[in-house]
Ligand binder design. Structure first.
Ligand code: PLP
Length: 303
């Protein structure tokens, strides 16, 4: 995220961050450290950003970039990138998207949506060990890099120095900039082969598993943090803790039964929520097992 921002946003460029949880706040913190004037629009917890409001904000001030989180794993909200990017384009703003919990589990149409930079990292829906990130730059972002007259203050974060490496790779030639971790590149290659083999079924699988999980948990009376079904991510679900158990008790209980769930991380509701990751190489059995364990923990002892 920092590398994309540091490479594409000139010092003093005013930017608009649209936050649906802790990862939007991460965009904000990165911009602040880069010294960029940043305006943050925070969505109501559990709701996606409203393109109409973003349109007004972009119209009111000269923001030159819109920074969005596709799926914020702290809220489980999926933002409507197509509509937001459309609005940003109308104002001439660059569109930078954090797709870390989305790519591999959601439909991503970078070109048709007009997203200038879409980034992701390996350990979420790609199901590959952590340590690498991928940034996909559209033509406008590449132009910004190539024609940039200012110099970022960072050496290793600057994507411009990778352009010759990428261009050479397209011609099966090797150009050196920095040594890559070969072990991780090997893992990424394997992981991406699985993604390509599965094709668009991968998105359908994530959606199917999410719906199965949610219908089972709603039957148990759990409340999803995201208000509308259409705004819920395919790869992560955030739930409010039930009245008779704290989120911590639920997580400890599940761990004792062999299912690892995660604590809540949404800035407004961390302690009252817990999270279920169902992204990457997750299957029906994982969902059934998780549902079974939660059912056991949620049912009164005498049932
Ligand atoms: C997990 C996550 C990140 C951070 O990715 P790491 O690989 O853990 O550094 C950033 N953005 C979003 C939306 C995430 O879910």
């Amino acid at each position: 995220m920092e590398s994309v921002a540091a490479s594409l946003l000139a010092p003093q460029t005013p930017v608009l961050v649209v936050s649906t949880g802790m990862w939007g706040n991460r965009w904000r913190d990165i911009c602040v450290k880069l010294g960029l004037p940043v305006h943050v629009h925070t969505s109501e917890p559990g709701y996606p950003p409203d393109p109409g409001e973003i349109d007004q904000l972009l119209g009111a001030e000269q923001h030159q970039a819109l920074l969005i989180t596709h799926v914020d794993s702290s809220s489980g909200v999926r933002a409507r990138i197509d509509d937001l990017a459309q609005v940003a384009k109308e104002h001439g703003a660059l569109v930078l998207v954090d797709g870390v919990s989305a790519a591999g589990a959601e439909s991503v149409h970078q070109e048709t949506w007009g997203v200038d930079a879409y980034l992701t990292s390996t350990p979420k829906a790609l199901g590959v060990p952590a340590g690498l990130y991928l940034a996909s730059l559209g033509p406008r972002a590449v132009d910004v890099l190539a024609s940039r007259v200012w110099t970022p203050r960072h050496f290793s974060l600057d994507l411009r120095d990778w352009l010759p490496v990428m261009r050479a790779a397209l011609e099966a030639r090797f150009v050196y900039h920095q040594t890559l971790p070969g072990n991780l590149i090997g893992a990424l290659t394997q992981g991406l082969e699985l993604v390509v083999q599965e094709g668009t079924e991968r998105v359908h699988r994530h959606r199917r598993l999410a719906l199965r999980l949610r219908s089972a948990l709603e039957t148990e009376g759990l409340r999803n943090f995201v208000a509308a079904d259409g705004d819920r991510a395919n790869g992560v679900s955030v739930y409010r803790a039930p009245p008779h158990l704290t989120a911590g008790e639920l997580l400890r209980g599940a761990a004792e039964l062999g299912v690892l769930l995660q604590a809540g991380t949404h800035p407004s509701a961390a302690g009252e929520t817990f999270r279920i990751g169902h992204l990457g190489n997750v299957d029906e059995q994982d969902i059934e097992r998780t549902v079974g364990v939660l059912r056991r923990l949620l049912s009164p002892p005498n049932r």
